[in-house]
Ligand binder design. Structure first.
Ligand code: 5GP
Length: 114
C-alpha cells in the first residue's frame, strides 16, 4: 500500500488536531468538517479499504468503534447521537486509502443521501 496523508499524520510529519490516541488507534478532526463534530478514526496499521481488512484484524476494527464511543462522550454528543461512516473505493467516494471511520455529529443530521 502506498503511503497516504494519514500515515504522515500518524508519524507526526504533518500536523493534525488529534483528539484521541492509543497504541493502535488515532483520531483527529477532519480538515474539512461537515458538522460541528467531524473526527476521523484510523488504525495505525495501514489498511487501504474495508475490502482489505483481514480476519485477524477484526479486534482492531472493533477498537475503532470503541474509540468512536469514547470520543462521542468526550465531545458531549453521545446522548444526542451521531453518525459513523466508512467510505470504500470509487462508488463509496473514498478519497484517502487508509481505512478511516468518520464520526459526525453536533447537530441534527439529515437522512442518508445517495
Ligand atoms: P473519504 O472521502 O476518504 O472517506 O474521507 C477522507 C477525509 O479526509 C475527507 O473528509 C477529508 O476532508 C479528510 N482529509 C483529507 N486530507 C486531510 C488532512 O490532511 N488532514 C485532515 N485532518 N483531514 C484530511
Amino acid at each position: 500500500m502506498s503511503e497516504t496523508i494519514f500515515s504522515k499524520i500518524i508519524k507526526r510529519e504533518i500536523p493534525a488536531d488529534i483528539v484521541y490516541e492509543n497504541e493502535e488507534v488515532l483520531a483527529f478532526r477532519d480538515i474539512s468538517p461537515k458538522a460541528p463534530v467531524h473526527v476521523l478514526i484510523i488504525p495505525k496499521t495501514e489498511i487501504a479499504t474495508v475490502n482489505d481488512i483481514q480476519p485477524e484484524q477484526a479486534e482492531l476494527v472493533g477498537k475503532l468503534f470503541l474509540a468512536a464511543q469514547h470520543i462521542a462522550k468526550q465531545e458531549g454528543i453521545a446522548e444526542d447521537g451521531y453518525r459513523l461512516m466508512i467510505n470504500c473505493n470509487q462508488h463509496g467516494c473514498q478519497e484517502v486509502f487508509h481505512l478511516h471511520m468518520h464520526l459526525i455529529g453536533g447537530r441534527q443530521l439529515r437522512g442518508m443521501s445517495t
